[in-house]
Design a protein around this ligand. Structure first.
Ligand code: UT7
Length: 337
């Protein structure tokens, strides 16, 4: 019997502080109209406070997941954290999250492939289930983008927000779960989206910090062009090779970087706006939080057997698409919360 990795629950957390476009108008030379029309973003959440890292949000998202699915932390065998903004370079943020939620009988590690990490981590976690090695794997997508955003850089500070969400993967023998994936990288994309200093090539110094080299560097228009083409290409490829049509796809679950990139992907797939998960207006680009936060937001509308096409694009360049057959009726979960 073929074992697939089903998503059997979703948990989420976003911080309370709401950074609106109106507040950004006071920080940089921008307007609510420009931000909304060019990106689709109205507001984003920011994690405030001293010593508050990505793990703070990851812990809350996993606690929410464990509670909703009635999972005992001792049952979890592996936790992967998809993040580009770890609490520190080491130890892994995944370990801090595991410790924070009382997962003590598992191993955990971080993965980083910028905005595509959640998809890469989902595919990685699924392999352990499909191979029959483990029965309960948690994949967390969490980022505190506000830690690496320059709030004097109008091209970037409007885009990003903080947030986290997590899914539980369990074996399934009825054909539900992660059924296919197309995952890609092109390292030549480094030039257009990266952090100039802070890692081993250019360790942080007073000079690098003064030159703001620990912030996101992005050539937005170039990234935009690659994102539109790449995300649509892989989503279309996943549909084609699984004989999915615009009718049989229930939901497109896109990375939320820019509403215009999402619209272009949906158009290429022939999927109408009513089938596109969208929360960029409220959260902006939370990097690895975007896709699981969408699943959490739309959980009550999801039905067992729904065909979901997940798609992402990010720095690296990295991109990918996953075909996920949803395993449970979300309205029942919402009702029992
Ligand atoms: O998730 C990781 C992957 N990242 C992405 O997917 C992001 C991809 N890129 C984008 O979403 C878009 O390129 C941006 C939203 C970042 C920028 O939008 P754009 O339509 O590509 O604008 P642009 O960079 O070509 O800039 C157009 C103009 C420029 O002014 P000039 O040179 O034409 O006078 C910018 O200086 O818009 C200006 N501009 C702004 N104006 C008002 C840039 N940022 C702002 C701003 N407010 N916040």
């Amino acid at each position: 019997m073929k074992i697939t990795a089903a998503v059997t629950g979703v948990g989420a957390y976003v911080p309370d502080y709401v950074l609106t476009n109106a507040e950004l108008e006071k920080l940089v030379d921008t307007t609510d109209e420009w931000i909304l029309s060019r990106t689709g973003i109205r507001e984003r959440r920011i994690l405030k406070g001293e010593n508050q890292g990505t793990s703070v949000m990851g812990i809350k998202a996993v606690q929410n997941l464990l509670a909703k699915t009635g999972t005992n932390p001792d049952e979890v065998e592996l936790l992967i954290c998809a993040t580009t903004t770890p609490d520190m370079l080491f130890p892994a943020t995944a370990n801090i999250i595991s410790n924070g939620v009382g997962i003590t009988k598992a191993f955990s590690y971080d993965m980083n492939a910028a905005c595509s990490t959640f998809l890469f981590a989902l595919a990685t976690g699924a392999q352990f289930i499909q191979a029959g090695t483990y029965k309960k794997v948690i994949v967390v997508g969490a980022d505190k983008m506000s830690a690496i955003v320059d709030y004097t850089d109008r091209a970037n500070c409007i885009l990003f927000g903080d947030g986290a969400a997590a899914v539980l993967l369990e074996p399934n023998t009825d054909g539900y779960g992660i059924l296919d994936q197309v995952l890609r990288t092109d390292g030549s994309g480094e030039a257009y989206l990266h952090q100039k200093a802070g890692g081993s090539r250019r360790p942080p110094t007073h000079e690098t910090v003064n030159a703001k080299e620990h912030y996101i560097y992005q050539e937005g228009a170039t990234v935009f062009k690659f994102a539109v083409k790449s995300m649509a290409d892989v989503a279309a490829q996943v549909m084609e090779r699984n004989h999915l049509t615009n009718d049989s796809v229930a939901w497109l679950v896109p990375h939320q970087a820019n509403k215009r990139i999402i619209d272009a992907t949906a158009n290429r797939m022939g999927v109408g706006p009513e089938k596109v998960m969208l929360n960029i207006d409220r959260y902006g680009n939370t990097t690895n939080g975007t896709i699981p936060l969408c699943l959490a937001d739309y959980e009550s509308q999801l039905r067992r057997g729904d065909n979901l096409v997940l798609a992402a694009f990010g720095g690296g360049f990295t991109w990918g698409s996953i075909y996920l057959k949803w395993a449970y009726d979300g309205d029942k979960v919402a009702a029992s919360k």
